[in-house]
Design a protein around this ligand. Structure first.
Ligand SMILES: [Zn+2]
Length: 241
């Protein structure tokens, strides 16, 4: 499989989006691959999705809940340190890279604003979803009910075992609903957290599309950190055109 497309974002005019798979190769520069190989993977992807590689904005992701609005200073070669990006600029592809964390794409269909966010356990616990939507509503006059949200493949509750510490942290954050106990182990359901946070922000349930493909169960298709610690990254990408 080359790409996964969300049924919510598919065939909208003026918008291109995709979630890559291993077919597109590793897109991250920080995992030890030859940078020329990574750059070539980016070039191929850009040609396939019809944008100029140099216009792509990606991030140095740090599991924070920091959201940046794209500026003239942002460019392909100097990714900004943050975990979400927002823009209303045309032909400015935004990319989030993952291997088990959730890649989230946002689209305000009325004001034509896009965003991407990276939500692993920390991003979900810190509610990066809320911060991203807040940036859209505050800076671009977006109304939550106009936002479509697509979450790509990420690690499922089937495979996301966590220890006692994380269980306790979840309970303290009133996120007990996201913990599944099986035998003597705890498993975390990130999708449940994201869904609840999105609804709390005013996103309509019919505007939320969460892929339930587990990256670890499908590590032949997607990069998965829990399947193999030294691994590449696949990506969620979205742009206005
Ligand atoms: Zn799984």
């Amino acid at each position: 499989m080359q790409f996964y497309h969300s049924k919510l974002l598919n065939s909208l005019t003026g918008l291109t989006h995709a979630f890559t798979t291993k077919y597109s190769g590793n897109l991250a520069f920080h995992v030890g691959d030859n940078p020329l190989t990574v750059e070539a993977n980016h070039e191929r992807l850009a040609q396939k999705l019809q944008y100029k590689k140099e216009t792509l904005i990606h991030m140095e992701q740090i599991h924070s809940c920091d959201v940046s609005i794209v500026t003239k200073e942002d460019n392909f070669h100097m990714p900004r340190t943050c975990d979400a990006l927002v823009t209303n600029k045309k032909n400015t592809p935004l990319m989030v890279m993952v291997a088990d964390c959730s890649p989230i794409l946002f689209y305000d269909k009325i004001n034509k604003v896009i965003a991407v966010a990276h939500a692993g356990r920390q991003g979900a616990f810190k509610n990066i979803v809320h911060n991203t939507i807040f940036k859209m509503t505050h800076n671009f006059n977006t109304k939550a009910e106009n936002i479509l949200v697509s979450v790509g493949a990420s690690i499922g509750v089937c495979c996301y075992e966590v220890g006692e510490e994380i269980y306790k942290e979840a309970m303290e954050l009133r996120l007990g609903f996201c913990i599944e106990k099986r035998e003597d182990s705890y498993y975390l359901n990130i999708h449940k957290i994201l869904k609840k946070q999105l609804l709390a922000c005013g996103i309509l349930s019919t505007h939320i599309d969460i892929s339930h493909e587990c990256t670890k169960c499908n590590s032949n298709i997607y990069y998965s950190y829990r399947a193999k610690q030294k691994t590449g990254r696949f990506a969620g990408i979205i742009f206005l055109n």
